[in-house]
Design a protein around this ligand. Structure first.
Ligand SMILES: [Zn+2]
Length: 148
């Protein structure tokens, strides 16, 4: 299921810069498991994206849902706190649907301060990644910029 075909952009300054190496890491992870959704967290230090931490998807039907392994998620967040990093973004892939939050993604989004990154493997030969804020059911797009 796909929601939000006409998603308004957040205020024009809503933008996320991501280093190329983090984007490549996340895309490689999605490509390595083309038949299921992959997921993970991206940390930041002083507002700048620092690293991506893959978390196991334990959803019963990982081909169209994701549920982060709670132990893996807690461990990743704990390590961020210990090293002075913040949670910047939560990413997952869509093997066949577009890079937009599904109605379930919107309903289950529990981190209003994080940016939700969605990777779509649907587009032939081209991987698509888009960013969103999801707050109390309201979705706004966050423009992504690649830091080379
Ligand atoms: Zn999704």
């Amino acid at each position: 299921m796909t929601a939000g075909r006409n998603i308004p952009e957040e205020k024009p300054d809503a933008m996320l810069r991501l280093p190329r190496r983090i984007i490549n890491q996340v895309l490689d992870q999605a490509r390595a498991f083309p038949g299921q959704e992959v997921c993970g967290l991206i940390s930041a230090r002083d507002g700048a994206a620092l690293r991506a931490v893959p978390v196991m998807n334990i959803a019963p039907h990982p081909e169209h849902r994701y549920a982060m392994d709670p132990a893996g998620q807690i461990a990743a967040l704990k390590k961020m706190r210990e090293t002075g990093e913040d949670l910047l973004a939560i990413y997952h892939s869509h093997p066949v649907s577009p890079a937009a939050p599904s109605s379930i993604d919107i309903a289950e989004a529990g981190y209003p301060d994080a940016i939700y990154l969605i990777i779509s493997l649907n587009t032939k030969g081209v991987l698509e990644m888009r960013g969103f804020r999801i707050r109390e059911g309201v979705v706004g797009e966050v423009a992504l910029e690649i830091d080379e």
